[in-house]
Design a protein around this ligand. Structure first.
Ligand SMILES: [Zn+2]
Length: 228
């Protein structure tokens, strides 16, 4: 991949191994899938630390508003200045950059539960989350809430890990599986949904009018931009 970092413009990357064998087994990943999920989470810009997941999310946000450039400049640009933004849980390495936007509002679990957002309808221009939806009990309900708090014409831009060669499955009847780290089991890292190639249908079912899919080093970097 010869793409510069979309967050800082950096050109050097390191590749960390992120998945551990127990998680890969629970997720029933083959070698190819392990490789591209490792790149998604572990291919990081040495300049700003952004992995492919954060980089593709930055790309999706900038493309949605027609900005051509890098994310660290976008957040202080006039294009970003007028946007009211709600970031649900820290959106990977984008959090400190999003924090610089004048209209930025941040809320994290458990104070902010995606299924019950304490905002009036039609409040934000942009709702952002990253690798959170797979941990929400009812992801359809979560996206319905994101849609509700967005203005008409607003966007919900997010990532989830997607295994592109299979369909989405719920894990609630399977053995518990946790993201995070092998030794750091936290209840909010419990996986409820493993997303597959039909992941784009969920925002449509939640009431969004259309969904754009942005990619970087496909199938490692995939981000959704759902339009209300
Ligand atoms: Zn970077």
């Amino acid at each position: 991949m010869n793409q510069n970092c979309t967050v800082c413009g950096g050109t050097e990357f390191r590749n960390d191994k992120v998945l551990w064998s127990k998680l890969s087994q629970e997720w029933e990943l083959n070698e190819h899938e392990i490789d591209y999920i490792d790149r998604q989470q572990g291919r990081c810009c040495t300049g700003c630390g952004s992995n492919l997941r954060s980089q593709v999310l930055a790309l999706a946000i900038m493309k949605s508003v027609g900005y051509l450039g890098v994310f660290e400049e976008f957040v202080s640009s006039p294009a970003a200045g007028g946007l009211s933004v709600f970031e649900i849980n820290e959106a990977g390495s984008l959090h400190p950059f999003l924090n610089r936007m004048p209209g930025h509002h941040f809320g994290s679990y458990p104070w902010y539960d995606m299924m019950r957002l304490d905002f009036p309808p039609c409040h934000f221009d942009l709702v952002i989350h990253s690798d959170t939806l797979e941990h929400v009990d009812d992801p359809l309900r979560g996206l319905e809430e994101c849609c509700r708090v967005l203005k008409h014409g607003g966007l919900c831009t997010y990532t989830v890990p997607v295994i592109v060669g299979r369909m989405t499955r719920g894990r609630d009847r399977l053995a518990p599986s946790y993201h995070g780290t092998p030794d750091g089991v936290k209840k909010d890292y419990l996986v409820h949904t493993e997303f597959g190639s039909d992941a784009w249908t969920l925002p449509i079912r939640a009431g969004f009018k259309s969904v754009a899919i942005h990619v970087l080093d496909y199938p490692s970097g995939i981000a959704f931009a759902a339009l209300k």
